[in-house]
Design a protein around this ligand. Structure first.
Ligand code: B12
Length: 299
């Protein structure tokens, strides 16, 4: 985790959902997070400090006393967070607030809700239980004609830039395995691949997200150049693309037999024979993707 002191207390408040008063009080009373100081004496926080404050926020919300939490090491705090399930109403409320912000065409409100939810829920739950339903419900509501296309576009744009920031601030261990996420040529929907990249990040992998609609030779180049152990392909539309089976075989020939190619998305099951022929695995959802990544890591 990045320990470079770079962020003011107001940035930290926005990103953790905590008040500046509370952050200072936890520092003064418990030494929960003691930031460095700028030449002018202002508090400066690192990404590691922000992550710690996020976890402290979530765990105090779940009833753990701050006096106890403040004494835990980063590893101890992380272990406690993993064993403390989030409150389901918390997730449902966050989803309602996100949709309300988007319906008011207020990108700042939606971004604030996503930051808060990240602080309270952690990366894994944020991706699976908030962003996945938010994006899929958005698509469905737009399709039913109950959500204007402008609101759907706003949600996609805010989520994309929020996840971009989260990606650059996530700091998996340097030796962690790496997943490339994209969609093959002709498949222009990108959010499934973006969520797959974040599912990998939240499982402790490094991830490279390449956007959608990439030809096989470009995907293979990226996998080789980045030294990827796995490739996630998102298949959403079209469903019966006659060019895709050949593209998958070409991809397999270019990347060699060892790279794990994991395909998901609403159209993926329809391509099962082509996926099998190219030695790719079908994964049903993000949870199965994480399980598969954990198996790949096992000695
Ligand atoms: C936004 C959108 C677009 C945008 C995409 C923008 C972008 N940069 O991604 C644009 C404008 C490009 C677009 C284009 C088209 N779209 Co469109 N689009 C949508 C919409 C509204 C939302 C899609 C979305 O992002 N959903 C959110 C994501 C998170 O959901 P998802 O992709 O399904 O991913 C989930 C799972 O599938 C899975 N998953 C996905 N990938 C992967 C990968 C792995 C490894 C794993 C484990 C899991 C996984 O995880 C995600 C979370 O559960 C949907 C409506 C809907 N109901 O979905 C239509 C929809 C998908 N589009 C559709 C169509 C028809 C088109 C166009 C043909 C429209 C046109 N006439 O031009 C083109 C086709 C483009 C192409 N060739 O691919 C149809 C598809 C119908 C079908 N399946 O048969 C839909 C369903 C709308 C509809 N009913 O008309 N679209």
């Amino acid at each position: 985790m990045d320990t470079h002191p770079a962020h003011s207390i107001s940035v930290v408040a926005r990103r953790t959902g905590l008040g500046t008063h509370q952050i200072r009080a936890w520092e003064r009373r418990y030494g929960a997070v003691v930031p460095q100081r700028s030449a002018g004496g202002h508090r400066l926080y690192s990404e590691a400090d922000i992550e710690r404050l996020r976890l402290l926020h979530r765990l105090t919300g779940a009833g753990h006393p701050i006096g106890h939490l403040a004494r835990l090491s980063p590893e101890g705090l992380g272990a406690l967070a993993r064993s403390t399930p989030p409150d389901p109403p918390l997730v449902a409320d966050a989803l309602v607030r996100c949709l309300a912000g988007a319906n008011r065409l207020d990108p700042a409100a939606l971004d604030l809700e996503l930051n808060r939810a990240h602080a309270e829920l952690g990366h894994h739950v944020l991706v699976d239980q908030l962003l996945t339903p938010l994006l899929t419900q958005t698509g469905q509501l737009w399709q039913q004609g109950t959500l204007p296309m402008a609101v759907e576009h706003l949600i996609s744009a805010v989520v994309r830039s929020f996840l971009g920031r989260l990606h650059t601030s996530a700091a998996p261990p340097p030796g962690a395995p790496l997943l490339v996420a994209t969609s093959p040529a002709g498949q222009r929907h990108e959010l499934g691949a973006l969520l797959a990249a974040h599912a990998a990040l939240s499982a402790g992998w490094r991830a490279v997200f390449l956007g959608p609609d990439l030809p096989a030779d470009e995907i293979a180049f990226a996998c080789r150049r980045s030294g990827a152990q796995a490739l996630a392909l998102s298949l959403v539309y079209p469903t019966g693309d006659t060019a895709l089976p050949g593209e998958l075989v070409r991809l397999r020939n270019l990347v060699g037999p060892r790279l794990a190619v994991l395909a998901g998305g609403s159209a993926a099951a329809g391509y099962q024979p082509a996926l099998e022929a190219a030695g790719c695995h079908l994964v049903s959802d993000l949870a199965e993707l994480r399980r598969t990544l954990a198996q790949l890591e096992a000695p």
